[in-house]
Write a protein that binds this ligand. Sequence first.
Ligand code: ADP
Length: 525
Amino acid sequence: MRSEISVEHSRVNVNRHEVAAFLKTVAQVTGSDRVHAGEEDRQAYSDQMGFDLARHEPSGAVAPRSVEELREVVLAANVHKVPLWPISRGKNFGYGGAAPVQAGAVVVDLSGLRRIHEIDEKRGVCVVEPGVGFYDLYDELTRRGHPLWLSVPGNAWGSVAGNALERGKGPQPYGDHGAQICGLEVMLPDGSLVRTGTGAMEGSATWHLSRDTYGPAWDQMFCQSNFGIVTRLGLWLMPAPEATLSVDYALPDASDLARGVDALYPLRQRGLIDHDPAWVSYVGIASFVGPRAQWYEGEGLLPEDVGASIRSQLGIGWWNSQLNFYGPEKVIRAKFEVVAEALAAQLGQRPEPRLWRQGDDFGASHAGIPSTRDMAMIDWYGGRGGHLGFSPILPADGARAQAQFESTRARFEAAGIDYYGAFSVGARAIININEILYDRDNAQMARAVPQLMDTLIADAAKEGYGEYRTHIDAMDTVAATQNYGVDASGVGAMGRLNGVLKDALDPHGILAPGKQGIWPARYRS
Ligand code: ADP
């Protein structure tokens, strides 16, 4: 065992004697079978897609089975000043997986808290513990005959709670997962429990039904933060629609993104399209079909003619989007008509829609059916693959989206990486998720990818674009772009507010130091 773990991210070294004493205390509470601190365990909870696993390697993991056990873990961490990193299922791939920002922190694996507390079919709500996966919830809804439909991320291996807390996205109507949260139970860093919203009242009848409450509303305070450990989460789900209508659009050229965006966002804003449709570049779609070697065995960037041949073989465009309509058949046919007419005028296409009705094969419904298909992208280059998400938020504006795409693509290509991006078009803004695909064993990529990420973050900041989410490696870098109201020490107003809250709630600085660039007092110098 190393004596002390020290990497550039660790503002304070993690003391191995304290960690050992902490793990011993925890084992007395949970049993030693819930303490995982061997070499293999540390690897298992590291960022499996990182180039250098040691950079974010935890000291180990503990896996409490109940809120009571979790409280003992948190109290012991305060005694020993051991940093914790809570995860729900730890499948946060592209952003760090299960791994902590700070090497040496102890992962708190909540996958054993796996109860679905409630499914309110009438009001469209589920209440889950952190360990409940999308597959678990889907199985339960299937057992009940799909009265409610899920919204799922592209890779749905992870948890409902962890994904919503990170403001994960899905292509369904309830696809802004963070925005569907209603009512949390949270363990604060001192081990006390708080219930948000109307849950503040003992025996509340509306905890997961209303975001209106008396006084400040704190659900979002625990999203992408290190202010508490969520032990129960209420999430709104979509009532099953009577029918769906689905249609695919494909734009032939890279330069078509601007008109694609300008065509969609007004329709989204007016409620004619009821989800955020994405324009996905062709490499993204090809990467779900097979590794790059299927089309091209050479080195370097994918040549233009190979790109064209991939598009023609797969029958797709440079940019591709699927629009789905959900509801009574009469309503969605009428909405589709208006949308199809507008898009025929702007995109010069009128593709045929596909109708699904209740009673048809559920697989064709465009419900959120969990899948891990998107994981296939890590095989694009072969070898031990990985992906890294660069995800700025842009205004819903075609020209700006086109410019951002072109600058991002140029940066990807200069780094020797095939461009893959998706522009999720909302009513007012776009979430632009770019996936940097790589082979972890490729030395050139190991050098180029971290630099590419830093460059992209800096480029975006110059345009006034911040990230919606980022990898554990880039959390400080992105936090530094929040520079409104910067003081003499170089910290922005938001960083100072976060610091004040962090210190008040977590005086010993035990909870997820460095998450989202928020460091407790003893780490700040
Ligand atoms: P999933 O397995 O659903 O993809 P993770 O468990 O990897 O998600 O969680 C993603 C991130 O969200 C974690 O790294 C952690 O920072 C945060 N997180 C997850 N679960 C919780 C929780 N219960 N309380 C507080 N933060 C959490």
